[in-house]
Design a protein around this ligand. Structure first.
Ligand code: IMP
Ligand code: MG
Length: 191
């Protein structure tokens, strides 16, 4: 399937999208994660903290397969430097509203790269004295890690490639794609 590369002027000229995970593959990864989480927490209530914006689609699929009582909340973090690399300087632009003290928290994230976002968020959430804090990430680029942080639930480990789709963007484009694609440079034209 060809995916159009232009989205309101954010044309990735010189790049193309290639399929990494189909809808079916994503669905199976998400169901498997939900099964593991449901077993581990049994009937204990959890608060899912979804990291906006990238994890919104993952959260909405994950949550409908969980079999314990859940609450859902959202946090939005801004990491300076957009495009293909995060800078490591992080600030909260939308905080969690649910009281977290004494609660079992699962942070729901789309993808772990350097790990800086999650390290920051996990430490921030710990200040609220929850009973536990775990991390569930759909994808993990383990080889890119710059700080010591590991997810408790990882959907799939991937290579160091830039991906879009299923909520994940390039300059705000491509979040709506139901599959996950990776971005590769086109071979430069020879003259
Ligand atoms: P970290 O703080 O370096 O771990 O960055 C994690 C965040 O960077 C993710 O939540 C994404 O928003 C973004 N990110 C990392 N890799 C990709 C990618 O391949 N495509 C799109 N966004 C990405
Ligand atoms: Mg993100």
């Amino acid at each position: 399937m060809e995916v159009p590369l232009l989205a309101s002027g954010k044309n990735m000229e010189g790049y193309r999208l290639q399929l990494l995970l189909s809808r079916e593959q994503i669905a199976s990864i998400v169901e498997d994660l939900a099964d593991r989480i449901s077993k581990d927490y049994d009937q204990r209530e959890v608060v899912l903290v979804c990291v906006l914006k990238g994890a919104f689609m993952f959260l909405s699929d994950l949550v409908r397969h969980l079999r314990m009582p859940v609450q859902v909340d959202f946090v939005r973090l801004a990491s300076y430097g957009s495009g293909m690399k995060s800078s490591g300087i992080i600030k909260i632009t939308k905080d969690v509203e649910t009281p977290l003290e004494g609660k079992d928290i699962i942070i729901v994230e789309d993808i772990i790269d350097s790990g800086r976002t999650l390290l920051f968020l996990k430490e921030r959430i710990a200040l609220a004295n929850p009973r536990s804090v775990k991390i569930c990430a759909l994808l993990d680029k383990k080889s890119r890690r710059e700080v010591a942080i590991a997810a408790d639930y990882v959907g799939k480990e991937i290579e160091d490639v830039f991906i879009v789709g299923y909520g994940i963007d390039f300059k705000e484009a491509y979040r709506n794609l139901p599959e996950i694609h990776y971005v590769t440079p086109l071979p430069s034209p020879t003259h």
